[in-house]
Write a protein that binds this ligand. Structure first.
Ligand SMILES: NC(=O)c1ccc[n+]([C@@H]2O[C@H](COP(=O)([O-])OP(=O)(O)OC[C@H]3O[C@@H](n4cnc5c(N)ncnc54)[C@H](OP(=O)(O)O)[C@@H]3O)[C@@H](O)[C@H]2O)c1
Length: 120
């Protein structure tokens, strides 16, 4: 079983990666997810995959997500935000590898940290 972190989980590559994980539940599990501004999809992914850490772009979105998760009775997910949050997702100690699919420079720092941690 491999544990994966996905940077850009709400994008095209991120969603495709989750489809692969869905197809091979005995081979992969999700440990951490980083989305951008699509909080609705991030919420649905949190419900489905129950990552240990979930990051979104903005602090206000992270607060919104925390409330929604709490209202849905979902606990145990650390919700973080911004560049620091994305790095937290990329360097989660339980992750075996990282899928880096954030568009543009927003994903650079996290990708660099994942490479340094040997997860990419
Ligand atoms: N799709 C392909 O077939 C393909 C092929 C080769 C290379 N690529 C490259 O791979 C990368 C990803 O491609 P894609 O097609 O998956 O792109 P995409 O569908 O546009 O998805 C981009 C992802 O980046 C996230 N994101 C954007 N700004 C962010 C920020 N500030 N903080 C955190 N997350 C942020 C988006 O989150 P939200 O949606 O939640 O805002 C989304 O999850 C791109 O650089 C692309 O050029 C893609």
């Amino acid at each position: 079983m491999k544990s994966i972190a996905i940077l850009g989980s709400t994008g095209s590559i991120g969603r495709s990666t989750l489809s692969v994980v869905e197809s091979f539940p005995d081979r992969f599990q999700v440990v951490s997810l980083a989305a951008g501004r699509n909080v609705d999809l991030a919420f649905e992914q949190a419900k489905r995959w129950r990552p240990r850490v979930l990051s979104v772009a903005l602090e206000s979105q992270a607060e919104n997500l925390k409330h929604r998760l709490k209202s849905a009775g979902i606990t145990g997910i650390e919700v973080v935000h911004g560049a620091g949050g994305t790095v937290t997702v990329a360097t989660h100690p339980e992750s075996d590898f990282v899928v880096s699919a954030i568009v543009g420079v927003a994903g650079l720092e996290a990708t660099y940290e994942a490479v340094k941690a040997g997860a990419l």
